[in-house]
Design a protein around this ligand. Sequence first.
Ligand code: ZN
Length: 367
Amino acid sequence: MLFIPARRALTPEGFRGPSMIAVDDAGLITSIEPTTAITPDLTVVPGFVDVQVNGIGDIDVASARGADWSRITDLLLDQGVTSWCPTLVTDALDRYAAPLERIAEARRREGSRIIGAHLEGPFLGGAPGAHQRALLAPIDLDWLAALPDIVRLVTIAPELPLAVEAIRLLVANGIVVALGHSTPSLDAVDAAVVAGATMVTHLFNAMSGVHHRQPGLAAAALVEDRLAVGLIADLVHVHPLALQLAFRCKPSDRTVLVTDAVASRSGRLGEFAIQVRDGAPRLADGTLAGSVVTMDQAIRNVVRRCGITLEQAVRSATTNPARLLGCEDRGAIAVGQRADLVGLDDALRVGAVWLGGVQVRQRGADH
Ligand code: ZN
């Protein structure tokens, strides 16, 4: 049995004062009790869950091999991310099998901290952003039906022919469907939601917007309670005011912070050269190509610049993405949940990280 002391802990019912979190040999939380023991000055919250990570540092998940995977997971642990989805951007249909097999192999080795792969593309629509236009493909239902188990999330454009059939098929196969890189009609959005889509990928970015006479996907996503919204809170992709708008519109369990991190130090995203300019990686023409924000920074940004409570910010980086992806075993500090935890200091920096109750990061060691 392990015991983790916290000056306060965020539970599904809200913050609790000085607490002792008990963890059993299987790494699961068995109790959260008030304590009079001396506790470190840390606010303990669930480990962060990032459903959109293309790469980090100089490692792109599409080409990561062998030891690269433990380096990625190490870099993610530094920012408190304990579960994540390696994300593949648009490529030719016959070029997904190899990276998906490498992700599956990494999951077998690294464990379920790798939740599963997120395919962002190749069935994207009117707002491809940094995806290669030449590789955008018409929906291929046979290809989707044959996706391996490692795929957990697919971003698709609802305006494409066969989108409803594709969404139904994916959802029937246990895959979560997000809408994105898209300029659909409102009817197409409705049909996608009825078919089972439950998320919008990076709200506001690469989609039709909130024009008052021609409301686009962003407007529809803001008022459709069944859709969770991914938000890149680097303050470059989305203005703080628009982030605030999203948090005010959406139910508290439908906001999801994502980093959309890319291997910015590699200088490449797939076939394209990228360079960090004005706070984010960009193609030569200035098009945003993922972010360099870390999840802990995203939380600080929405708390400090958007007036979002720490509780809601953390929930958007933990419970909400975990439940959205069907992970019922993590994302909350509650009895029976995995003791994947982050300790935040008063400046909301990552001061400690635990995996299954075992401390793997400590304040001062990596800052
Ligand atoms: Zn994107």
